[in-house]
Design a protein around this ligand. Structure first.
Ligand code: CAA
Length: 381
């Protein structure tokens, strides 16, 4: 039984996800075998259950849940099907800065529909030459009367291929903010916007990743999100919270890898007894369960700090760094324990888990970026 910091809060979340777990797992298995395309079926199911709008503000139609409840929900969904946890989480990436700095009009236009899953928003930060170095944004917004004219390209944008609206990070070509980053809301169905699905992803196939091109896209100036020149700060604040989500996702994956390994090692007979009797297997199980518990505690700690309104940048990066590397370890050990029955997808979920988990060490800041964030903050004191 996974540890609960606050059982009265977390248990109902676990129970809710248990109701749809087997269904999303089954749907995920079948989506995974198709060429990469966004799973509207799973997305709608999660939205109907309230998972997509889970932490969006109540006054704008969201669930108004806490970061701890959110982390628990993502962990549980990832246990059943990791890509489904992304389908549930990604809309929040774009809604987060809108909630924090958007006008009432912007919030009303985007949050209620996003919470219901009727509108898909995307967080468009990364560019071909601005990945880890997110400050090196090249997308520009020229000022033309009451409009911005946007030119540039974004890549690795989660759900960008199917999104209706983007929080797009740009450099507004105006005195005083030319070299700084700003954020603008862009209708992604406007003339001049081109979208594509990035194909042949290793895992997480049906929570798609997109590419966006902007060619002289005219957007009203009232679509500026927050203050000009503050976009980098907004992006970093959003990523702080999102990194807890990735840590939770990785924790769910590790739990699944452990549970599958325990079950299999008790059933599989070799050398006359279940392989669970072998010390070689026991050591793997011990290491997996220890890393899993540490991942969970770091994740809950970061979420609890966020809920308490305290600074949690370092804790979110620590949780994301540790939990994603632990998931890699746990799934790799699960593969070793299952051997051929792990490597071949028709026998167990391990082959799919292996592909799905790997990106946790890459997106929303690589492990190297998390180390930069942690070291920078620790050294500053
Ligand atoms: N909260 C608030 N402000 C912050 C902040 C935070 N967490 N982190 C930095 N800032 C502010 C700093 O205070 C500083 O402000 P001032 O200029 O006013 O002093 C400013 O931002 C610049 O800070 P740094 O000098 O630390 O910034 P940097 O350029 O050295 O970058 C970095 C640091 C950590 C490497 C950063 O670029 C980074 O996080 N890169 C990774 C980006 C990332 O995670 N990308 C993933 C995108 S989302 C995704 O994966 C796709 C998807 O759709 C899921």
């Amino acid at each position: 039984m996974p540890f609960n910091v606050r059982p009265e809060i977390q248990q109902p979340v676990r129970d809710m996800i248990k109701e749809i777990g087997p269904q999303i797992q089954e749907m995920g298995r079948s989506e995974d075998r198709k060429p990469d395309s966004f799973s509207f079926d799973i997305f709608r199911l999660l939205a109907a259950k309230g998972c997509v709008g889970y932490v969006m503000p109540k006054e704008y139609g969201g669930g108004g849940r806490t970061a701890l409840e959110y982390a628990t929900m993502i962990e549980e969904i990832a246990y059943w099907d990791a890509p489904s946890s992304l389908l549930a989480a990604v809309s929040q990436l774009a809604v987060d800065p809108i909630t924090r700095v958007g006008t009432d009009e912007q919030k009303k236009a985007i949050i209620p529909k996003s919470a219901k899953g009727e509108l898909i928003p995307a967080f468009a930060l990364t560019e071909p030459n601005a990945g880890s170095d997110a400050a090196n944004q090249q997308t520009t917004a020229e000022v033309d009367g009451d409009n911005y004219v946007i030119n540039g390209e974004k890549i690795f944008i989660m759900h960008g291929d199917v999104a209706h609206v983007g929080v797009v990070f740009v450099k507004i070509q105006e005195e005083g903010v030319r070299d700084k980053i700003s954020s603008v809301l862009v209708d992604l169905n406007l003339p001049g916007v081109k979208k594509a699905t990035l194909m042949h992803k290793m895992g997480m196939k049906y929570a798609t990743t997109g590419r966006l091109w902007f060619d002289k896209v005219r957007v009203p100036k009232k679509n500026l999100l927050g203050e000009p020149g503050k976009g980098f700060k907004y992006a970093m604040q959003t990523l702080d919270g999102a990194r807890i989500g990735i840590a939770a996702q990785a924790t769910g994956i590790s739990q699944r890898a452990l549970d599958e390994s325990v079950k299999y090692s008790k059933e599989r007979i070799a050398f006359g007894s279940p392989i669970a009797k072998l010390q070689a297997i026991q050591w793997m199980i011990a290491d997996m369960s220890t890393k899993l518990e540490a991942s969970r505690l770091l994740t809950y700690k970061a979420a609890a700090l966020q809920d308490a309104g305290e600074k949690f940048t370092v804790e979110a990066s620590q949780a994301k760094l540790f939990a994603s590397e632990a998931a890699n370890f746990c799934v790799d050990r699960a593969m070793q324990i299952h051997s051929g029955y792990g490597y071949i997808g028709e026998f167990s979920p391990i082959e799919k888990l292996y592909r799905d988990q790997r990106v946790a060490e890459i997106y929303e800041g690589t492990s190297e970026v998390q180390r930069l964030v942690i070291a920078g903050n620790v050294l500053r004191g």
